[in-house]
Structures are given as C-alpha cells and as structure tokens.
Design a protein around this ligand. Structure first.
Ligand SMILES: NC(=O)c1ccc[n+]([C@@H]2O[C@H](COP(=O)([O-])OP(=O)(O)OC[C@H]3O[C@@H](n4cnc5c(N)ncnc54)[C@H](OP(=O)(O)O)[C@@H]3O)[C@@H](O)[C@H]2O)c1
Length: 296
C-alpha cells in the first residue's frame, strides 16, 4: 500500500485511547498543529485535550474515519477488541499501535493487518508522559517502511527524531522489552537500596544525591558491555567478575542481616556463582551473559 508523503503540520491524526499516555500523545499532536480526533471507551476522559482543541468522536469508527493516521494506545487485548471490527474503516489509513506489549503480540497484530491489507506500524514509547513531544522523547517504530516514510513528519510531533527500527513489526517491542528489562532491574535495585539504607538508619534524602554517581557510570559501562557481548570476549581489565560477585555477596549478607527481602539479589548471586563455576571469575561482569543466554 502506498501513501502520499505527509509533510504538513496540518495532517489530521486520530488517537484511540485517552489514558495517561493517550492524552499526552493527543496534546503533542494538537501542540504541533495537527487536527486531532480522539476517542476513549469510557466517557468523561480527555476533557483536557478537548479543551486544547482535539475533537471528540462519538465512536471508534467515527474516530478512525476522521484521519489518515490512527494512533492507538490501549493494551493489545483492548486494541484487538477495538480494531478488529474496524478493519473496513481502517482501509487506506495507516495504523500506528503504540501499545507496549511483547514482540510476539506485535507480530500477531501485523499478521492481522496484513490479512486485511492495512498499513501497520508497531511502536513503543520509551519515555514518561511529560516527556512526550519534547526533544528528549524516544519513540520506536517498526513495520511498514512506506507507511513510516509517509507519516514520519507527523510522528515527529511525539518526539524527534521518530526512530524507525526496521520492517519486522516485532522490533519496536523487542527494543522496548530489552530497555525495560534494564529499567525494571535497576528500579528493583533502586528501591532495595533505599530499604537497605533505611535499615541502616539512613533516610532516602541523605542517600539520593550520591546515587547520581552510580547512574552516571552506567552509560560507558553499557557501551563496554555491548562490545563484550557482541564479540563474546570478556576481558576483566580493571574489574573482574569474582571481585564484583564478592560485592554482591556483601550486599546480600547486609540485607539478610536486616531481614530484607533478598530475592532479586539472591537471583543475581546464583547467576554470578554459576558464571564463576564455569571459569569466568577473571572475566568481566558481562560474562554472566554466558549463563543467562539460552544460545550459549
Ligand atoms: N503512562 C506512561 O508513563 C507510559 C510510558 C510509556 C509507555 N506507556 C504505554 O502506553 C500504553 C497506555 O498507557 P497509559 O498510561 O495511557 O494507560 P492507562 O492510563 O491505564 O490507559 C489505558 C487506556 O486503555 C483503554 N482500554 C483498556 N481496556 C480497553 C478495552 N478493552 N477497550 C477499549 N479501551 C480500553 C482505557 O480506556 P478506559 O478509559 O475506557 O478504561 C484507557 O484509554 C501502555 O501500553 C503503556 O505501557 C505508558
């Protein structure tokens, strides 16, 4: 399916779903000058975006028919329920599903769209609602290349550049899952750190300013880890796994001493123990991928 290149800020857009993120997307489209039609299953949501100039449609079908670009923002169960009856109304339009779910669900939805000859992009929003539409917003897209090219300028209203990852519809979700794997692992550690600090009599406000140091060393570590895991070479220069695993052990003992829940740390210790048992004690921390990955 080919689409005319949509270059003007006046390209109409539809947003289905006015939860926290849907309203944020609608605000960003309105702010960028796009006539924006909105719809939400339950009445009463989205008065704020209507007040800013978005037009509320009476039904999902009316909303879909209002624009060439339909952005959907519910979970996949919901988007299937809402969109499947609207395959006819979606014909000739580009559907961008920004729901966060698994790569498999994205590919299933793409197969449904292909069956109905619909142009389909699967996306993922990687930033909180207040960052959408700003220069710091990261929004992934994958799937129909021509559809992305046709609507890239409009999608930039959500975050510039709009990031296109490739034709496999599962790619946006795959990047999303990998990034959220990092995020939630870190978020679990963050809250555990506050629990450990509290058990030691340190309040959150006293610890928080120093955590910037840990956050700040992560970007270069991510680059080094990427090089290690891509080449499957794990030179432990400057910090080896055995030394770092001892650090995990010290945290675990301290936490156990305060009777904290240690399930996350215990899982990590199990991984480091097995990597060391497999001979990676002098390797870098990244070598634990050799016991985590299924393809080893
Ligand atoms: N919020 C964030 O910071 C954030 C950040 C990144 C990505 N995301 C992603 O954005 C998506 C939406 O998040 P959100 O924060 O907007 O969630 P939310 O506030 O919980 O909103 C959920 C939306 O889904 C609709 N919905 C749920 N079930 C439905 C169904 N069966 N039929 C029709 N509509 C249905 C809800 O409509 P009703 O009002 O009728 O219930 C509502 O519009 C998620 O995939 C989330 O992972 C969110």
């Amino acid at each position: 399916m080919t689409q005319a290149h949509t270059t003007t800020a006046s390209a109409p857009v539809t947003v289905l779903g006015l939860g926290d993120m849907g309203r944020s997307l609608a605000r960003a489209f309105v702010a960028a000058g796009h006539p924006t039609t909105v719809w939400n299953r339950s009445p009463g949501k989205g008065e704020d975006v209507v007040a800013l100039g978005a037009v509320r449609a009476a039904s999902a079908e009316e909303a879909v028919r209002a624009s060439g670009l339909v952005v959907c923002l519910v979970d996949y169960d919901a988007s299937d329920a809402v969109l499947e009856p609207l395959a006819g109304a979606l014909e000739g339009r580009v559907l961008v599903n920004l729901t966060s779910d698994t790569p498999a669900r994205s590919r299933q939805a793409a197969a449904w769209a292909a069956k109905h000859s619909l142009a389909y992009l699967a996306g993922a929003i990687m930033v909180p609602v207040d960052v959408v539409g700003s220069a710091d917003a990261l929004v992934f897209h994958s799937g129909d290349r021509a559809a992305f090219a046709a609507h890239e300028d409009t999608l930039k209203a959500l975050g510039e550049p709009a990031t296109y990852l490739g034709e496999d519809h599962g790619l946006a979700a795959a990047y999303d899952m990998a990034m959220l794997d990092f995020f939630y692992g870190a978020m679990g550690g963050l809250v555990h750190a506050f629990a450990l600090a509290r058990a030691e009599g340190i309040d959150g406000a006293s610890l928080a300013p120093y955590l910037h140091t840990i956050a700040g060393i992560l970007p270069p570590i991510a680059e080094l880890t990427a090089a290690d895991v891509d080449t499957r070479t794990y030179a432990g220069d400057g910090g080896n796994l055995a030394m770092m695993a001892a650090g995990v052990d010290h945290i675990l003992h301290t936490a156990k001493g305060h009777r904290l829940d240690v399930s996350q740390l215990a899982g990590l210790k199990s991984v480091t123990d097995r990597a060391i048992a497999e001979g990676h004690g002098t390797s870098s921390w990244s070598s634990i991928i050799e016991v985590i990955a299924a393809d080893r």
